[in-house]
Ligand binder design. Structure first.
Ligand code: HEC
Length: 172
């Protein structure tokens, strides 16, 4: 059986090896079964790459806003579209998490299985992110850098971080 090696497969395999070592390492063929569970057959769902690209773009837009705030004359021609971009991309999230596309299912993703175990909590985290991005858009519309600065904290904490803390692998 051909398998494309990926970081998450190695991680899953070594996690299993560790588990086997701890439990006495029976070596009765169970390893193969565990490996199959850890690395699903077939291609990864396209949504995994789509959501990672989408989050990367969200990260870029958020960074663009923060960088403007570090300048003497923050440019609202950068801030305003970046805020709208974050809002628009957060609204796409519900379509980008097909069932089972988690790290625990063996895919190369930082999305934790708890996303699908707690769908209401995850939906709420998306909603909170969207709401915070709307506040950011409203702040951008005032043209006041200090208003935007305040929303950077709000969006970062109640949007991005609140969701990452619960639903994304903690690798910081
Ligand atoms: C509702 C939950 C949620 C919200 C809100 C959220 N994120 Fe994420 N983010 C995730 C998850 C889950 C992943 C892991 C995706 C994957 O690996 O498949 C992620 C991944 C990322 C990544 C890594 C992308 C990559 O793979 O290279 C960045 C950067 C990121 N988020 C930035 C942000 C920023 C900035 C915000 C706020 C403006 C934000 N996120 C809001 C859940 C969220």
């Amino acid at each position: 059986m051909a398998r494309t090696p990926s970081l998450s497969v190695f991680a899953a395999v070594s996690a299993f090896a560790l588990l086997a070592a701890c439990s006495g390492g029976a070596g009765n063929g169970a390893e193969e079964t565990a490996e199959e569970t850890a690395a699903p057959a077939g291609d990864a769902p396209a949504e995994i790459k789509q959501r990672q690209d989408n989050f990367e773009a969200i990260g870029d837009s958020f960074k663009a806003i923060r960088e403007q705030l570090e300048t003497d004359a923050p440019d609202f021609a950068v801030i305003t579209p970046a805020a709208a971009d974050i809002n628009e991309r957060l609204k796409r999230l519900p379509d980008l998490f097909p069932a089972g596309s988690s790290m625990e299912a063996g895919y190369d993703t930082e999305a934790l299985a708890v996303i699908w175990e707690d769908p209401e909590g995850f939906a709420k985290a998306i909603e909170n992110g969207i709401a915070a991005s709307e506040d950011m858009m409203a702040a951008a519309a005032t043209g006041d850098p200090e208003a935007v600065r305040g929303q950077v904290g709000n969006l970062g904490k109640n949007g991005c971080k609140a969701c990452h803390d619960k639903y994304r692998v903690d690798d910081d």
